[in-house]
Design a protein around this ligand. Structure first.
Ligand SMILES: [Zn+2]
Length: 306
């Protein structure tokens, strides 16, 4: 072999290695989650034994994600699919159908519903017709932003990972214990930061912070949306503003993708202020980790209510 040929071979091998650097190693469990919160929590349990990709970006409203071929490509290669459930991410079923990956179809071992065991809030008492546009037909699906529920969520994820890699169960358990311990360490500070505002009334644009508010003693005082996912009518806004004046609600929280200008107008009329919270990991640059997201929301609320 000539020296030139050898160099070409070496360069080619280096190029392949460089190309492979971004791809998951063959021995890692390839996990796809629908949301970035579930990605962060899966990484916390899976550690270096998993390669995790989320279908929704942190700055996308997970209620209405556009199903694209690129999402199907991600799911096609997945060993495990972790879903939020409670009809937040129904669109993922369309992605799964398009991906044609039997490992992650409903009921397959490679499927995790992270909502298992969660006490669902705001379950409608009357039947909700989804054709009316209500996007919470089986109750409020936004449980992942309550750090007090992370132990349950990570336990569900752990079971899914251990089904695929039973020999790694002790490693997953160790990772999960360490993560839950870190949350436990933070929880007293978060609780203390919001304790002075127990009972404070907060208006939401969309009822996304219900589990979070319940955890920390804040009171949900109406939503700008008429019903979840349904744009407000002028009548609804007039009623909401009157209620806010009556109950003394001084804060409106919004998600980055909401109509912040509309929230500003409502707040101005009612004598309240508006704050953007992080509804998911990566929604704001200050909220790029799970604990960072909780921390940002606690600090922002405490500062706004002071
Ligand atoms: Zn929602």
């Amino acid at each position: 072999m000539t020296l030139v040929k050898l160099r070409v071979l070496v360069l080619a091998a280096a190029a392949i290695a460089a190309g492979a650097a971004g791809a998951p190693a063959a021995d890692k469990i390839r996990v796809v989650t629908t949301t970035t919160d579930l990605k962060a929590l899966t990484e916390a349990v899976g550690g270096n034994l998993v390669e995790v990709d989320a279908l929704a970006r942190g700055n996308q409203n997970p209620h209405d994600l556009e199903v694209r071929p690129s999402l199907m490509m991600k799911v096609r290669r997945a060993d495990l699919l972790v879903m939020n459930g409670l009809e937040l991410d129904q669109w993922a079923e369309v992605v799964v159908q398009g991906a044609n990956n039997s490992k992650v179809t409903p009921g397959a071992p490679g499927r995790v519903d992270a909502s298992q065991g969660i006490s669902v809030l705001e379950v409608p008492t009357a039947r909700v017709d989804r054709s009316m546009g209500d996007v919470h037909p089986v109750g409020n699906p936004h449980y992942t932003i309550d750090p007090g529920l992370a132990p349950t969520i990570t336990a569900n994820i752990l079971e899914g990972l251990a089904r695929l890699a039973p020999a790694s169960r002790p490693a997953f358990e160790q990772n999960r214990r360490e993560f839950v311990a870190r949350l436990d360490q933070q929880m007293p500070a978060w609780t203390a930061a919001l304790e002075p505002f127990r009972g404070a009334k907060v208006v939401q644009y969309h009822p996304i912070f219900v589990y979070f508010f319940t955890r920390f003693g804040l009171v949900k005082a109406g939503s700008i949306e008429d019903r979840p996912g349904i744009p407000p009518t002028p009548d609804h806004l007039v009623r909401l503003i009157a209620e806010m004046k009556q109950t003394g609600a001084k804060l409106v929280v919004v998600e980055p993708w909401n109509d912040v200008k509309l929230a500003d107008r409502v707040a101005q009329e009612a004598g309240a202020k508006v704050r953007v919270l992080a509804p998911s990991v990566g929604a704001l640059k200050e909220a790029d980790t799970y604990i960072g997201m909780i921390d940002y929301n606690v600090r922002t609320l405490a500062a706004a209510l002071r």
